[in-house]
Unconditional design. Structure first.
Length: 94
């Protein structure tokens, strides 16, 4: 299924840290963290509060660089063996 995202970059580095995938859909800047783990439960718990703070700071920096984006959304892609990746949209809010 097409999701109509524009990928702006992968492994995007900022002063606050690295963003795995930076995408845009309409006027929304999407920060995607990719987590690969052995089980679905481990993947779901892989994003710690400290990482969320780091990603929120990186998002502020990236939003300031972008002329067209108005809002930010934080997604997580969970990858586990023998299953399709799970895309959790709007996984958390800072």
């Amino acid at each position: 299924m097409l999701k109509m995202y524009s990928i702006l970059g992968t492994r995007v580095k900022t002063a606050a840290g690295e963003v795995d995938i930076l995408a845009r859909r309409g006027r929304t800047l999407i920060i995607v963290e990719v987590k690969a783990r052995r089980s679905k439960a481990a993947a779901a718990e892989a994003l710690r509060p400290r990482q969320q703070v780091r990603l929120a700071r990186a998002a502020e920096i990236l939003l300031a660089r972008t002329q067209t984006a108005r809002t930010v959304r934080f997604d997580v892609v969970e990858i586990t063996p023998y299953t399709f990746p799970r895309h959790r949209k709007d996984a958390w809010r800072p």
